[in-house]
Write a protein that binds this ligand. Structure first.
Ligand SMILES: *Cc1c(COP(=O)(O)O)cnc(C)c1O
Length: 841
């Protein structure tokens, strides 16, 4: 049986691979190529080889999967259900190989078969089932839960099209569909037998049964949810969990009566309507208007997931009373908030629970992660839409609200403003259901994603709810999985860290602390710099290939990679580039630090201003990169189609990490963690997790500038006009004028008029207000860069002091303080006892 002798070995660098296992793997890949792909080795394409290798690997994972699943089931262990509308997983092949300890052996096997692993891995499309940080967090959490051997299922939607592909044409962003499934997906298992009916519309009938009111929902429409499972394997292959994504099918795919009349399109109209639910991932920042389909998506995946977990619980426990002792359901943002009403419906309407008992079970089972402080970003839906699409759920929400408002009245008698503020229904803006409030009221824990974010939650969006339900808000600062963001993304650095900190660093990141003693060591610094140089040369090659811009790998690589959004302030960065460009032009002989500014990120298709910022970056790049007067001291590049795989190439090459949000607006950030872990120094505002990064790496190893969250609030109150600020800053004034008068868009001088206007008179994101502070801070960065030993020391100390940002730490906190599930200790058995059998447990 394949997989029984596994999960392989984890050879130290240079250690030879096991010949027997090697032969077994080679033959497994060849068998898959012939029997599953249907190709002969002589004519197989690289993609065929990828499929064959992925399937051979999958066999080995499935084996572990079945074993660990049976253990969880037999042990009656509590399970975590992570509900998220987004999972930004990227590629799985090398991730799974690495966690199974099979990376070196597959590389050798494939090499012997005449295929390069690095060519092969490029054949795997990124699973881009997410917009950015929120979706990537869900992916890191899935990996950490498997690593910590927490029985868990991730629930989401299997979108036919993930986040759009971005192409930059003439400097403008263009969007194209992401056809990630067009060559099949070797990781997933379709489960045609795991099907649930999800209903929409219709009306509710109330009848009296044994003196109690019973609601019977007569829906107008039914859609089938079909499960697709992807195994997620934890570090060292000891535990495997499932990511279960739902695909929508029509309950009545072909209307034969209509078909027989000759109306072929009409005959499958219902199928088209049903399948539209899982057609595509919504970009964030989409206008809320007309998003009926989004609400359908949310209910669809919540209903299927809850039906699935309730069925699992019933089959093992026979009743639902103890649901909360066996199931912890985490709602990733407000998108799955309907779980509150749906679980109540299942308990009360379908399983005859009394309301109060059902409510206790629901609150004890659910918990909710908030990702934004902006009240306008918390989802709301028109009551009228709810009534039409989910009539029974609206009734349930009304009843929850009655009890909830009674509590509010008890706490603050007669205070109607307080009641209006905590109500689940917003009465002011045309009656809307507030999903953030619903999730809060229905959860026993509500967490923010960084210390500052959680504190601000208590003071702002959930101030009044926190007063009513004290002790529910808790903080769980985000983390990232080090397997992907260090080991896989940066193998050279990992090799150096294994030498410097010992093999155990792979299991226990706190061992990175051993670098402290080496941070000032000249020989070690040279090795560390050689690794960084290697990674930068690789990125420079990629930039040369894609953009035909020549980059010097010894320049300072200044990186800003994230969604393009006004609050993330790519505009501040490019304005600084303009000012620097002017300064270099004025005084070309000074010893300027050669700098490459690298941008990447997508803007939501409907977000015109963000797309204009992309165009501005590209227009400035065009002028700066081709101006011989600055002697190549500044280069600007925009890399198209930012995704997980591109991040894996850019991050290890970064010297400087731009984390320059308007303070108070970035909930946490995780890009900041990935970059610091790879030795980049952060330049940033005191916002989100930047604050905790500063606390860990030390103020002397990070560059902080600009206003703090409270300053921003105060300044906004004073007005958004920045005329005075600009008048006091000649370089800012000149930079804005240059943009406004067409210095970078000579063919269309008015192109950036709206940007210049905002910078001058509507500075909501404090770009003008923070400019001088940022520019100064950047010159401080230049000065540091010129003292290489000091820079390298700070860079090494960043790596040494990032262990706390491992998502293993985050997940351990969720497990202990929210889910109440046990986690495995730091070191797996194999490391505690060399040579010990990897057995059950
Ligand atoms: C980590 C990551 C993000 C989040 O980046 P932030 O800087 O925290 O916004 C977004 N997209 C991708 C592809 C990522 O890997």
């Amino acid at each position: 049986m394949p997989g029984q002798s596994l999960p392989g070995n984890f050879p130290a660098p240079g250690q030879p691979v096991d010949e027997l296992v090697l032969a077994e793997i080679k033959s497994a890949i060849l068998v898959k190529l012939t029997l599953a792909v249907g190709k002969d080795a002589g004519i197989a394409t690289t993609r065929d080889w990828y499929k064959a290798a992925a399937l051979a690997l999958r066999d080995r994972i499935v084996h572990r999967w079945l074993i660990t699943d049976k253990q969880s089931y037999d042990g009656g262990r509590k399970r975590v259900y992570y509900l998220s509308l987004e999972f930004l997983i990227g590629r799985l092949f090398t991730d799974a190989l690495n966690n199974m300890g099979l990376l070196p052996i597959f590389e050798t096997a494939l090499g012997d078969l005449g295929v390069g692993l690095s060519d092969l891995r490029k054949c795997e499309p990124d699973a881009a089932l997410g917009n950015g940080g929120l979706g990537r967090l869900a992916a890191c959490f899935m990996e950490s839960m498997a690593t910590l051997a927490i029985p868990a299922i991730g629930y989401g939607i299997r979108y036919d099209f993930g986040l759009f592909r971005q192409i930059i044409h003439d400097g403008w962003q263009q969007e194209y569909p992401d056809e990630w499934l067009s060559f099949g997906n070797p990781w997933e298992f379709q489960r045609p037998e795991v099907v649930y009916h999800v209903h929409f519309g219709g009306g509710v009938e109330h009848v009296e049964v044994k003196g109690r009111d019973r609601a019977i929902w007569h829906p107008a429409e039914t859609v089938k949810a079909v499960a697709y499972d992807t195994p997620i394997v934890g570090w060292r292959g000891q535990h495997v969990n499932a990511l279960r994504l739902w695909s929508a099918r029509s309950a009545d795919p072909l209307n034969l009566d209509v078909f027989n009349t000759g109306d072929y399109l009409g005959a499958s109209a219902e199928e088209a309507r049903a399948e539209s639910i899982c057609k595509f991932l919504y970009p964030n920042d989409e206008s809320p208007a007309g998003r009926e389909l989004r609400l359908r998506q949310e209910y669809f995946f919540v209903s299927a997931s809850l039906q699935d977990l309730v069925k699992r619980h019933l089959s093992s426990d026979g009743q639902l009373r103890g649901l909360a002792t066996k199931a912890a359901v985490q709602l990733n943002d407000t998108h799955p908030s309907l779980a509150v009403a749906e679980l109540m419906r299942i308990l009360v309407d379908l399983h005859n629970f009394r309301w109060d008992e059902a409510w206790k079970i629901t609150v004890a089972t659910l918990s909710y992660t908030n990702h934004t402080l902006l009240p306008e970003a918390l989802e709301t839906w028109p009551v009228e839409l709810f009534e039409r699409m989910l009539p029974r759920h609206l009734e349930i929400i009304y009843r929850i609200n009655v009890n909830h408002l009674a509590l509010a009245d008890e706490r603050c008698p007669g205070d109607d403003d307080f009641k209006a503020s905590v109500s689940l229904i917003d009465e002011k803006s045309g009656r809307r259901v507030r999903m953030g409030q619903l999730a809060f009221v229905g959860s026993h824990r509500i967490n923010g994603v960084s210390a500052m974010h959680s504190d601000l939650m208590k003071e702002t969006v959930f101030h009044d709810l926190n007063h009513l339900y004290q002790g529910r808000i808790t903080n769980k600062t985000n983390g990232i999985t080090f397997r992907r963001w260090l080991m896989l993304a940066n193998p050279k650095l990992t090799e150096l860290l294994r030498e410097a900190c010992g093999e155990a660093v792979l299991d226990d990141p706190s061992r990175l602390g051993l670098l402290e003693a080496r941070a000032g060591d000249n020989a070690f610094q040279q090795q560390f710099r050689a690794v960084k140089h290697h990674n930068k040369a690789a990125l420079a090659r990629l930039i040369g290939e894609r953009l035909n811009v020549k980059i010097d790998p010894s320049a300072l690589f200044d990186i800003q990679i994230k969604r393009i959004h006004e609050y993330k302030r790519q505009l501040l960065n490019i304005l600084e580039a303009v000012a620097l460009y002017h300064a270099i032009k004025d005084d070309p002989q000074r010893d300027w630090v050669p700098r490459v500014k690298i941008f990447a990120g997508k803007a939501a298709a409907s977000y015109r201003y963000a797309k204009l910022i992309i165009k501005l970056i590209n227009d400035v790049a065009e002028v700066v990169n081709n101006d011989p007067a600055i002697g190549g001291k500044l280069k600007i590049v925009f890399l198209a189609d930012y995704n997980v795989s591109l991040a894996e190439i850019i991050i290890p090459a970064a010297d400087l990490s731009e984390q320059i949000s308007t303070a108070g607006m970035e909930a946490s950030g995780t890009g900041n963690m990935k970059l610091a872990l790879n030795g980049a120094l952060t330049i940033g505002t005191l916002d989100g997790a930047n604050i905790e990064i500063r606390d860990h790496v030390g103020t002397e190893n990070i560059a902080i500038f600009g206003m703090e969250a409270m300053d921003v609030v105060v300044r906004r109150r004073q007005g958004l006009d920045a005329t005075d600020v600009i008048r006091r800053s000649p370089q800012l004034s000149r930079a804005i004028s240059a943009i406004a008068c067409g210095e970078f868009s000579p063919g269309d001088p008015d192109r950036f008029e709206s940007i210049a206007h905002a910078l001058r008179h509507h500075d909501h994101y404090m770009v003008s207000a923070d400019f001088d502070s940022y520019y100064e801070c950047q010159r401080g960065v230049d000065a540091r860069w010129q003292v290489a030993p000091a820079w390298t020391r700070a860079s090494i100390l960043n790596v040494a002091r990032m262990p706390w940002f491992s998502s293993d730490r985050t997940i351990r906190e969720y497990a202990e303080e929210i889910w109440n599930v046990p986690v495995r200790g730091v070191l797996p058995q194999t490391l505690q006892e060399p040579g010990a059998q990897r057995g059950a447990g």
